[in-house]
Design a protein around this ligand. Structure first.
Ligand SMILES: C[S@@+](CC[C@H](N)C(=O)[O-])C[C@H]1O[C@@H](n2cnc3c(N)ncnc32)[C@H](O)[C@@H]1O
Length: 228
């Protein structure tokens, strides 16, 4: 196993807790009404959704309340086992599997929705962000919704990062000590997101969140788009 994968596995094993609450931007996006957001909240029931990089399953209670048919992928067997334990405790049923952004263990044209909450920009060794996008495209049905967050400039996680090719960076100064050594794909602005996504996705809408929680600057873009 790669060192970077071990760090996240250890983190989830240490952190397993009763506090499993959805992320605010996911609640706003899945349930909210905004002029530039074109999600159809009436279409969730029995739709297949993949929670890519599901972590501690925090978004699954919300997905379950919306009556989605839930699937999840994360990077190690240990994270999958912990996720199953959490979901059993919560009384939620979902199919969880081990996989990575560039290699998702599902058939093509499978999902109606794909949620990537702070996860699709993790780029594995010998792959690029474009490989992740191609793989997400592969497993989605035509017209399916892709809902994702992406790091925006001056996010705390990017401090002192080492710049690589085409917006890829190596994280070196994560104040939580968790992601050092990981490769992320970063985006300068909305224009770059549209250019990168448009070979695979249409109806690309983007918003930007800039929060500061007690000194931690969290800047990210949210993208909602449909597979071509
Ligand atoms: C910041 S956490 C987000 C977790 C969860 N989506 C949430 O909202 O709390 C990033 C997650 O991505 C997973 N991850 C790391 N590298 C990945 C990869 N190459 N492919 C898929 N998931 C990855 C990590 O194990 C971790 O669970």
């Amino acid at each position: 196993m790669e060192n970077v994968q071990k760090t996240y596995t250890d983190f989830h094993e240490r952190k397993h807790s009763k506090h499993v609450y959805p992320t605010e931007w996911v609640i706003r996006t899945i349930l909210g009404k905004y002029p530039n957001l074109h999600l159809n909240t009436g279409s969730y029931k029995n739709s297949k959704i993949l929670d890519l990089g599901f972590g501690d399953c925090r978004n699954m209670p919300l997905l379950n309340n919306c009556d989605f048919d839930i699937y999840g992928v994360d990077i190690s067997d240990e994270i999958v086992t912990l996720g199953k334990k959490t979901l059993t405790e919560l009384g939620i049923s979902a199919t969880l599997k081990r996989g990575v952004n560039a290699n998702i263990p599902f058939d093509e044209n499978y999902f109606d929705f794909l949620l990537a909450c702070h996860s699709c920009y993790y780029v594995d060794k010998d792959t690029t962000f474009n490989d992740n996008l191609k793989e997400i495209f592969r497993v989605q049905k035509s017209g399916a919704f892709f809902i994702a967050s992406l790091p925006a400039p001056n996010n705390f996680i990017l401090k002192d990062c080492k710049r690589l090719d085409k917006g890829h960076v190596i994280i070196t100064n994560d104040i939580y000590g968790l992601r050092n050594g990981y490769i992320f794909k970063t985006f300068e602005d909305e224009e770059e997101i549209i250019k990168t996504f448009s070979p695979y996705f249409k109806n690309i809408t983007i918003c930007k969140c800039e929060d500061n929680f007690w000194g931690v600057q969290i800047n990210f873009f949210i993208v909602v788009a449909n597979k071509i």
